[in-house]
Ligand binder design. Structure first.
Ligand code: F6R
Length: 241
């Protein structure tokens, strides 16, 4: 695991965008899994800019969902899909056939998990997964206590996730369950990048990176990944020894 600390979220975003563009330059049909949430917003802006300015072709890149709020349709501005549509898919004109997202309003969510697991397998596995970290240490919706061996699954969301998640919605929205890739898929990804910015992430970053690995802080499993990058701004890194 390599930890890099940047003076500002802006420099961090530029560097992260470069890593993703490099991946696409090396492997034009890469399978990417990109998190929603506030942290990567600027990175996505730089990916779009970088791809356009340098003529990087994203037409063969495949995208798979990291997670989604159960019962929240893709058309809802608070959904993970909507966020990625706005920030990446639409600006880069990604074809719908290259986007593989959980349908979190499907009647049979177990079948939905199986469908996404199968797509990942058929596409040869995830080349690069970019994740944020929840205030409780989650990755995707792998909440504290989760088994590290799970693939896609439906999960009862931690109370912290239910509360913090309200920030993505314009009105109070019940967020009891999530559908998410599992830690097994995180650990099997060819490269993983964990981003964190801001003072509020400093305590959980310290736990994830400096405490013994355990399911209590799922993001801590990144310590055991063989090709992992943790990219932090100086505030998020503020409590590291
Ligand atoms: C979102 C996701 C979540 C977020 C995490 C941090 O798709 O998977 O795990 O990455 O909750 O969210 P922000 O970036 O909003 O602090």
């Amino acid at each position: 695991m390599q930890i890099d600390i940047f003076d500002s979220p802006d420099i961090l975003a530029q560097l992260t965008a470069r890593k993703i563009i490099d991946m696409v330059s090396r492997k034009p049909n890469a399978l990417l899994c990109l998190a929603g949430g506030e942290t990567p917003r600027l990175t996505y802006q730089y990916i779009v800019e970088g791809a356009k300015n340098n003529g990087i072709d994203f037409s063969l890149v495949q995208f798979v969902s990291l997670d989604e709020w159960v019962g929240i349709p893709a058309s809802n501005k608070g959904s993970c899909y909507y966020f990625l549509h706005e920030t990446i898919f639409e600006p880069l004109a990604i074809k719908q056939t290259n986007i593989h997202f959980f349908n979190s309003t499907a009647g049979n969510l177990s079948a939905e998990c199986e469908r996404i697991n199968q797509i990942i397998q058929n596409l040869g596995g995830i080349d690069l997964m970019l994740v944020g970290i929840g205030m409780n240490g989650h990755i995707g919706f792998n909440e504290p206590g989760i088994s590290p061996y799970l693939f896609a699954h439906v999960i009862e969301l931690d109370i912290i996730t239910q509360q913090v998640g309200q920030k993505y919605f314009s009105e109070i929205t019940p967020l009891q369950k999530g559908i998410s890739l599992g830690m097994a898929q995180f650990m099997q990804s060819g490269m993983v990048i964990l981003l964190a910015t801001g003072n509020k992430k400093a305590p959980i970053i310290k736990k994830a990176l400096e405490e013994n690995v355990s399911a209590a802080v799922p993001a801590g499993f990144i310590q055991e990944h063989t090709n992992a990058f943790v990219l932090l701004d100086s505030e998020a890194a503020g409590l590291l020894s």
